[in-house]
Design a protein around this ligand. Structure first.
Ligand code: AP5
Ligand code: MG
Ligand code: ZN
Length: 224
């Protein structure tokens, strides 16, 4: 990967495969995976103030307010595991930014991305993926009853924790999340056009992972 590709954003609709491909990228490139959805779900499970605030939005498929999300990310990226030894911020963002104000905040804090990986998947496929998804509440590893069944029924392949069906993976909440993706997050594709690595997210998981890695390596080769 190019030396300046320290900050990568994964962009894509709900169920596009951001969490799935993140697992491979983290192993390959030793990046800190920052999934705002996973961070919020951990806060809900722990019953913190943030969790109580977030739960009301998340369970219906609505977006958590920008100021809450910006504060959360800003605080998280200060930590040592999101920095190189010389202090350069280095991380993989999954689920952030999702709105223009969130993208503005990254730029304002000098945390704008070097590369934006955009996973393109049709809406009807997103719905099938989310209705059949089973998620690991501990490590975030996503499985699917049909497309990515766990090796041992009901248990995470990575850490053995019992898999759950997310509350927002019900049809009504899924539709709302897809609508919000188109109205709030789609404009970021335009904004990040010069940094975009666009990937056909409807390929198999293995091919998606390979395409993303090849896309990142091509950047290294050209240095662009
Ligand atoms: P978040 O957890 O980020 O949810 P999301 O963006 O809706 O994305 P998902 O995690 O549902 O999908 P994914 O792209 O990770 O797909 P996955 O790899 O799991 O956010 C949840 C909520 O938190 C939001 O609705 C909001 O309320 C709040 N929130 C979070 N961030 C926020 C922010 N910045 N601002 C405001 N609010 C925020 O894959 C999906 C399924 O498909 C899995 O079952 C998987 O096994 C399967 N699959 C993956 N790839 C493939 C493939 N290539 N072929 C076949 N199946 C595949
Ligand atoms: Mg995810
Ligand atoms: Zn797990």
């Amino acid at each position: 990967m190019s030396r300046n590709a320290n900050r990568i954003i994964l962009l894509g609709g709900p169920g596009a495969g951001k969490g799935t491909v993140a697992m491979t990228l983290v192993d390959r490139f030793a990046l800190q995976h920052l999934s705002t959805g996973d961070m919020l779900r951990a806060a809900v499970a722990a019953g913190t103030e943030l969790g109580k605030t977030a739960n009301g939005f998340m369970s219906h498929g609505a977006l958590v307010p920008d100021d809450v999300m910006v504060g959360l990310i800003q605080e998280r990226v200060q930590q040592a595991d999101c920095r190189l030894a010389d202090g350069t911020p280095r991380f993989l963002l999954d689920g952030f930014p999702r709105t223009m104000p969130q993208a503005d905040a990254l730029d304002r804090h000098g945390l704008g991305p070097d590369v934006v990986v955009y996973l393109v998947v049709k809406d009807e496929i997103l719905v099938r993926r989310l209705t059949g998804r089973r998620s690991c509440p501990k490590c975030g590893n996503p499985h699917h009853v049909e497309f990515a069944p766990p090796l041992h029924e009901g248990l995470c392949d990575r850490c053995g924790t019992a898999l759950v069906h997310r509350v927002d993976d019900q049809e009504a909440a899924i539709r709302k999340r897809i609508d919000l993706f188109h109205s709030q997050t789609d404009p970021l594709v335009q904004r990040y056009a010069p940094l975009l690595v666009t990937i056909d997210g409807e390929q198999s998981q293995e091919r998606v992972a390979r395409s993303v890695i090849e896309g990142l390596r091509a950047l290294e080769a050209t240095g662009s």
